[in-house]
Design a protein around this ligand. Structure first.
Ligand SMILES: CC(C)(COP(=O)(O)OP(=O)(O)OC[C@H]1O[C@@H](n2cnc3c(N)ncnc32)[C@H](O)[C@@H]1OP(=O)(O)O)[C@@H](O)C(=O)NCCC(=O)NCCS
Length: 268
């Protein structure tokens, strides 16, 4: 995935919809659209889930390192998280992240960590469909450190089956909450986390981002003059919802301090 730089008039730029998690800038007669690198922290109330698959899901072992690196690269090389990265650097990051997770350098790797394997694959590297690795550092919640699915398996319930397996193992081990982070601009990760039931932690900066996004979209559509009454009401309701959320979180920050409304201040 690459940032975009393309010529357009300032008027056309001002009428463009903005994508959440991306910077939209204008200079020298060009639109410049690049990642904002804003992270979202979410938690999941762990519950048992049914797992029905025709493929294998099993616990991760240190022997799986080469497969995990191959799967990581396939899943992330065109993702928002590595937007504008050179391929060689993505490969190096994959090797380092997987090595650190498997060796406990990012917290203890929990036995709930699992991977999905295609029993019909020709080679071992093609076998990996996806993986979910859970690490746990002292004094913090268990973390979904990485979840990925190889592109050819997307939208077939693989990540859902992996997380259902993780949830069942954590539930059995008496672990009630799982934390995860994703980039706001990673639309598929955001949609998937929401679909599985992860809930955003109180985050003032994020609430302000949603508020500005909703406000911009309302003004943009009003300027275009193509709004139906019901659409205007919906956009106003969204803007007002985020304004109320910002007010609520500012009050919380006043009472309890910024740590209560900034998840990044609570990380290891
Ligand atoms: C995010 C990711 C793990 C999802 O894996 P997946 O196996 O395709 O997800 P599932 O099939 O279990 O999706 C379940 C639901 O999540 C939502 N969802 C998943 N991917 C989506 C997408 N690209 N767009 C919109 N909704 C999506 C949908 O509601 C989907 O249900 P549906 O297919 O019935 O509509 C996968 O896209 C991926 O590996 N991306 C690259 C790596 C990455 O970004 N990992 C997360 C980093 S935090």
């Amino acid at each position: 995935m690459r940032s975009q730089h393309f010529p357009m008039s300032k008027g056309a730029f001002d009428r463009m919809p903005k994508k959440l998690g991306w910077k939209h800038e204008y200079w020298d007669g060009q639109a410049h659209i690049s990642p904002r690198w804003q992270s979202v922290t979410v938690t999941l109330a762990v519950q048992p889930h049914p797992v029905r698959t025709s493929y294998t899901i099993r616990a991760v072992t240190t022997e799986d390192e080469p497969q995990l690196v191959a799967g990581y690269i396939a899943a992330f090389e065109d993702s928002f998280d590595f937007c504008d990265w050179e391929l060689a650097k993505i490969h190096a990051a994959a090797r380092e992240d997987v090595r650190k997770m498997l060796s406990g350098q990012r917290g203890r790797l929990l036995p709930a960590s699992c991977l999905a394997l295609d029993p019909h694959a020709a080679t071992q590297e093609e076998q990996i469909m996806g993986a979910a690795l859970i690490t746990h550092s002292e004094g913090h919640l268990p973390l979904l450190d990485i979840v990925f699915v190889a592109p050819q398996w997307h939208r077939q319930g693989v990540a859902t089956a992996l997380l259902a397996t993780v949830s069942n193992a954590m539930f059995a081990a008496g672990m009630p909450t799982l934390e995860s982070h994703y980039m706001l601009g990673n639309a598929e990760s955001r949609a998937w986390h929401q679909h599985f039931g992860f809930v955003e932690e109180p985050d003032l900066l994020l609430a302000k981002t949603y508020y500005h996004h909703a406000q911009y979209e309302l003004h943009r559509r009003e300027d275009l003059g193509d709004l139906l009454v019901s659409e205007r009401e919906k956009l106003r309701a969204e803007r007002d919802h985020w304004q109320a959320r910002v007010d609520e979180l500012e009050q919380l920050a006043h009472q309890l301090g910024m740590e209560a409304v900034m998840p990044s201040l609570r990380r290891p």
